[in-house]
Design a protein around this ligand. Structure first.
Ligand code: SF4
Length: 419
């Protein structure tokens, strides 16, 4: 293992991995000068609520790992410079970036050099320093490593705003194919351990106990990550697992990372998964999370994957002609939300404003936030169809092959680490 002793060099190694994720820089930092190794390359915007934005410093505690996951650039057998930040160094780096006005929050992830309990001790030490010594009450997202002690999981959850876990695959058999050192049962155990605390914290707040910014108890909700296309699992299987995990509460959302072949790994020759498949999974999960769809309602193709040519809401609408058209002037809010191009906000505005306002046409709906190019074919206004042909017949789709491509690109980094 090549050890990098100098802090500047350490940062260069650790932060370049986050920078290679497919996240752009916030506009205000696009022209920022490099400041040694602490460049604003690994800052991404989190939007906790519509209209709000938090810039996060994303950082690896270490890129050294004793695990040998087949898809991962940091796997044990891969030859690359390895380094490790001390908790005190990580804290200093974050506080420096914050002082410069670059970031408001922190995302910490890590490899697992040696036993998981050791790196968990370092994570807890970093959290304790930030919360107790420096009284930092802002957002901290921590990615939990598998195999931690229950007491460590509890402590991290108590101090973090959000805790995430990498499931990687929707079931144990698939996980074993790509991550032989990981156990689905262990991740599930850790997930339930965090969930219990998050649900209790949220319940206490709902009952009136004030939030403690120095001990937020993971109340921002958990996230989980799946590598898509590294195993033969279908989208139906992945969305089914996500739906089951959501059922007990405490979950904010799921992340999906399209598999990308990494050089010098056992999966180097496996084709990359189209980014569009990842996008469709995000859209399907959004239907469960925000639109009240059940997993059974999501429409899949014959092979069990989401259609690439249609977004999942449109695919559902087209497979339920008996539900359309929907009458704008009288349909319940729930029905309006099911129309492609009408989100929860727009549906609420329609219901609110139709009492006193007489909508005359598409321009009125556009002003309320309706994407009329998608919605028009599914609506009537005062009994009149707004468009004679449906959205699917009007738009020129891009063919999925355009996204899939034909050449085989091999990468040196994977985006999944930072989700
Ligand atoms: S996915 Fe995580 S545990 Fe597996 S090799 Fe990579 S860093 Fe280690």
């Amino acid at each position: 293992m090549i050890r990098v002793p100098d802090l500047e060099q350490k940062l260069g190694v650790l932060m370049s991995l986050a920078a290679a994720d497919r996240e752009g820089l916030p506009p205000r930092l696009r022209h920022a000068e490099a400041a040694g190794a602490l460049r604003p390359l690994n800052i991404r915007a989190l939007r906790p609520r519509p209209g709000t934005r938090t810039a996060l410093l994303r950082i690896l505690l270490t890129n050294a790992c004793s695990f040998n996951c087949h898809y991962c650039p940091m796997r044990r057998d891969r030859d690359m410079p390895r380094t490790l930040l001390k908790p005190e160094e990580l804290v200093r780096i974050f506080l420096d970036a914050r002082r410069r006005g670059w970031v408001e929050g922190l995302f910490i992830t890590t490899g697992i050099p040696g036993r998981p309990v050791h790196v968990m001790d370092d994570l807890i030490r970093a959290l304790e320093l930030l919360r107790r010594k420096h009284r930092f009450g802002g957002y901290i997202h921590v990615k939990l490593v598998p195999g931690a002690d229950d007491a460590q999981i509890d402590r991290v959850t108590a101090l973090a705003s959000r805790v995430s876990l990498n499931f990687e695959a929707p079931c144990g058999a698939s996980l074993a194919r790509i991550a032989p050192d990981k156990s689905f049962a262990t991740t599930l155990h850790d997930f339930e351990r965090v969930r219990g605390q998050v649900v209790r914290e949220r319940q206490a707040r709902a009952e009136g106990r004030p939030a403690d910014p120095l001990a937020p108890g993971g109340a921002s909700g958990m996230t989980m990550q799946f590598v898509v296309g590294a195993t033969p699992d279908t989208d139906r299987s992945i969305i089914g697992t996500v739906a089951r995990l959501r059922r007990g509460g405490g979950v904010h959302h799921a992340h999906f990372s399209a598999f990308r072949p990494i050089s010098d790994t056992p999966m180097e020759q496996v084709p990359a998964t189209p980014a569009l498949r990842e996008h469709r999974l995000y859209q399907a999960e959004y239907l469960l999370r925000t639109y009240g769809f059940s997993a059974d309602e999501v429409v899949y193709g014959p092979g069990g994957n989401l259609p690439l040519t249609l977004d999942p809401k449109t695919a559902w609408a087209l497979s339920h002609p008996e539900r359309f058209p929907v009458e704008i002037t009288s349909a319940p809010q729930e029905e309006l939300r099911r129309v492609p191009g009408i989100g929860p906000l727009a549906a609420g505005r329609i219901v609110e404003q139709r009492i006193a306002t007489r909508f005359r046409g598409l321009a009125d709906l556009q002003r309320l936030g309706v994407v009329t190019s998608r919605a028009a074919g599914f609506l009537t206004l005062g009994g009149r169809r707004l468009q004679s042909t449906r959205w699917t017949e009007q738009l020129g789709f891009w063919a999925p092959e355009e996204d899939v491509g034909t050449h085989h690109v091999v990468y040196s980094v994977s985006p999944g680490t930072f989700r």
